[in-house]
Design a protein around this ligand. Structure first.
Ligand SMILES: Nc1nc2c(c(=O)[nH]1)N[C@H]1C(S)=C(S)[C@@H](COP(=O)(O)O)O[C@H]1N2
Ligand SMILES: [Mo]
Length: 447
């Protein structure tokens, strides 16, 4: 989009009305809104706005482009106040980059910790267009004491919660890939994603990607507000699961880690012996990227085969991958995928526990039942996010006894035999459907 067009589309307020509605998202929090992308979202190379995850600590501010200004202050030669037209006179740069919340995958840590229980989908791959932060800083002129760059957005904290403000070191601020973006996927930045301007810190976790940007302060040291010194901290190495680590023993989260997600087949589904299928997924890394290879195992990690990387290699975008596979025998199969990045980093097999559950990148595993022929899996109820368990199972105890189990199909088969032995009435023609339901909804824990 050219400069004039941007100002017209964004400024006329047409934008809000035309914004794409979110679709099929998992609501982790309704107010303020935190939305997770479903697994199917990984099948797009560029994540459409309607599938792009949303993470907002507070309510989305309404920003008028006509009164919006970007202030640049602190350790600079000339403090600046720029409107959008002035900002757009700087050279525009476009790049693809994954944005991932540091807490993506928190739900998998054991023991669990408080926080949004994201699984795989607090991540998306966007095409960002903006100006270089370095160009803006150069225009203001950095003083010799300049070390860190602090960002503040137009969002207003709720109650006495500290304002969301984050700083990044000068090395990252001057990186030519660090942008102040006004477009996402070829259109003005959507309101939920930071309209009219946000930070793009490719390779770094989402907490540095400040939205609704209004102020830049150049500092002589790391910002000492709550969001730098008490939140988004990582001990740098794994600690004993469940242990407490003092804040001064931790450092701010920066780079993402190499990671891969299996998007198809999905855990808890069936595959037919002898019938070819394609295992697919997406992989990305952080500063040490891009991804160089993805290996897949269909036997729980004994043997590994290279998957084909699909599409273009970009520095910060994710890479989709696929591997054809024909299951040769009946049984329960664990599929694993592990990525390796350009610096040779690969993923751990076991969790590396840290107190806030950040940067989960354990090798993803998917459990699959290989059968001789697929029985039609008749849903017992209309598809809902957590369908109720059949009434034959809730006479003696509550559903929670069932819901907390994570069992294989064989274990569920034994369990139902045990229960019918105790008096549960399950008709013969109901049994296969019930087992499908139990396995699909309360199957083995997979990551
Ligand atoms: N001003 C502001 N910027 C913010 C946040 C916020 O709450 N306020 N959340 C951050 C976090 S933690 C993440 S993961 C990303 C999420 O970006 P998205 O909602 O566009 O996916 O925005 C970041 N920028
Ligand atoms: Mo985040």
């Amino acid at each position: 989009m050219r400069r004039r067009n941007f100002l017209m589309v964004a400024g006329a307020g047409l934008l809000q009305g035309q914004e794409r509605a979110k679709r099929d998202m998992v609501t982790r929090a309704a107010r303020p809104e935190d939305l997770e992308m479903p697994l199917s979202g990984f099948s797009d190379y560029l994540t459409p706005v309607e599938h792009f995850f949303v993470r907002s600590h507070v309510y989305v501010p309404a920003v008028e482009l006509s009164s919006w200004r970007l202030k640049v202050e602190g350790a600079v030669g000339t403090p600046l106040t720029l409107d959008m037209a002035e900002l757009l006179t700087l050279p525009a740069v476009e790049l693809d980059s994954v944005a991932e919340c540091a807490g993506n995958g928190r739900a998998f840590y054991d023991p669990p910790m408080p926080g949004l229980q994201w699984t795989h989908g607090a991540v998306g791959n966007g095409r960002w267009r903006g100006v270089r932060l370095a160009d803006v800083l150069r225009r203001a002129g950095l003083q010799p004491s300049a070390r860190e760059v602090l960002f503040a957005g137009a969002d207003v904290p709720v109650g006495s919660m500290p304002d969301f403000q984050r700083s990044i070191p000068m090395r990252k601020a001057l990186d030519p890939n660090t942008l102040l973006a006004f477009e996402m996927n070829g259109a003005p930045l959507p309101v939920k994603h930071g309209f009219p301007l946000r930070v793009i810190a490719p390779g770094w976790a989402g907490d540095s990607w400040v939205k609704w940007l209004t102020e830049i302060h150049v500092l002589d040291k790391e910002h000492d507000g709550f969001w730098m010194k008490s939140a988004y901290l990582h001990p740098g190495n794994a600690v004993a699961p469940g242990s407490a680590v003092a804040a001064d023993q931790m450092r701010p989260v920066t780079s993402l880690r190499v990671k891969s997600v299996i998007t198809s087949p999905e855990s808890g589904t069936q595959a037919v012996m002898g019938k070819p299928l394609t295992i697919r997924g997406a992989a990305w890394s952080g500063d040490a990227g891009p991804v160089n290879s993805v290996e897949v195992s269909v036997d729980g990690g004994r043997a590994w085969k290279a998957a084909a990387l699909v599409g273009k290699r970009t520095q910060f975008g994710w890479r989709q991958w696929e591997l054809a596979w024909t299951p040769r025998s009946v049984g329960y199969v664990t599929i694993l995928a592990r990525a390796r990045d350009a610096a040779g980093n690969t993923q751990p097999m076991e969790q590396e526990w840290n107190p806030s559950g950040y940067l989960w990148n354990v090798v993803h595993r998917v459990g699959l039942d290989v059968v001789r022929e697929v029985r039609s899996v008749a849903p017992l109820t209309a598809p809902a996010q957590t369908p109720p368990v059949i009434s034959a199972c809730t006479g003696c105890h509550g559903e929670d006894v069932i819901r907390q189990q994570r069992l294989t199909r064989a274990q569920w088969d034994r369990e139902v035999t045990k229960m019918t032995g105790w008096g549960a009435r399950v008709r013969d023609e109901e049994r296969a459907g019930l087992l499908d339901f139990l396995f699909t909804n309360f199957g083995p824990r997979t990551r």
